[in-house]
Design a binder for this molecule. Structure first.
Ligand code: 6GU
Length: 275
């Protein structure tokens, strides 16, 4: 899988690309990342990538032309390579923008099916709307807050997608049994991920530390007991931290565990019941 990142700060990505799972995926050849300096696609002496907004107002707007020219370069080269493939996989062009729909785990799974993903990182007060309208296939935001540029968001999208490429994660770090992966819900290892809840708590040695003990259920080696404990604690954490993730038509077993949790906890505190 190939990522092409369009940015005025290509060096920003050295950290995110050079550690852990992403670095290993690149070394193994499962992931290729190309950084493109948008200033290389300008034609003026000052390599200008921004300009004043039509209609006036504060701040600068990222120009459409350097992005257009860089996209021609990036997807044009891919098209030449793809002419030799039997079934060319399409590229997906994404604009990172605070105005996009929220990037979720389901989007990471969806994007992992593409052969090439192009991420356009906006800067300044915004990007000329013709990029979102005519050049990008979609916009994505990583959350309800304002960042000073799309680079951090692009690194997050790249990380979330790269670790889903088949072969990138080993067995010990498989991605199904974790938050949003549906692991607590899936009974079969090859089942597609369900709409996810949060991951269950994890413990390692020592069994007691500073008087804090590892829960009894995890210590006995009874697989059914462990499985039930993990699902229950995943539900407990989800109910407490992200009740919005609890699906509408929950399996009866989940509902019964949640009733147990509610009996143990009493009614949600005023703080938790706020929207
Ligand atoms: Cl993708 N970009 C910017 N500038 N701010 C954001 C964002 C993206 N997602 C959340 N806030």
């Amino acid at each position: 899988m190939q990522f092409d990142l369009l940015t005025i700060f290509p060096d920003f990505f050295h950290g995110p690309l050079e550690y852990g799972v992403v670095a290993r995926a690149r070394q193994s050849g499962l992931l290729k990342v190309n950084l493109h300096q948008l200033r290389d696609f300008t034609h003026d002496l000052h390599r200008t990538t921004d300009d004043r907004p039509f209609g006036g107002g504060e701040g600068m707007v990222m120009k459409a032309e350097p992005i257009w020219e860089c996209l021609q370069h990036v997807t044009g080269a891919a098209a030449r390579v793809q002419r030799h493939l039997i079934q060319p996989a399409p590229a997906r062009v994404i604009l990172l923008s605070a105005q996009g729909p929220l990037f979720r785990q389901a989007d990471a799974w969806r994007l992992a099916a593409y052969q090439q993903i192009v991420l356009i990182c906006g800067r300044y007060e915004g990007v000329d709307e013709r990029v979102a309208e005519h050049m990008a296939d979609e916009e994505l935001s990583i959350g309800s807050y304002v960042l000073s540029g799309g680079e951090l968001a692009a690194a997050i999208v790249l990380d979330a997608v790269a670790r889903l490429i088949p072969g990138v994660l080993g067995h010990e770090e498989s991605c199904r049994n974790e938050s949003f992966g549906g692991g607590a819900a899936s009974s079969e290892p090859d089942e597609p991920p369900l709409p996810g809840i949060l991951d269950c708590p994890h413990y390692t040695r020592p069994v007691e530390f500073q008087g804090w003990e590892v829960p009894e259920a995890l210590r006995g080696g009874h697989h059914a007991v462990i499985r039930r404990w993990r699902l229950k604690e995943a539900l407990r954490k989800t109910r407490r931290h992200r009740p919005d993730l609890l699906p509408e038509g929950m399996p009866a077993a989940w509902q019964s565990l949640l009733r147990e949790i509610e009996r143990e906890a009493g009614p949600p505190s005023e703080d938790e019941s706020l929207p």
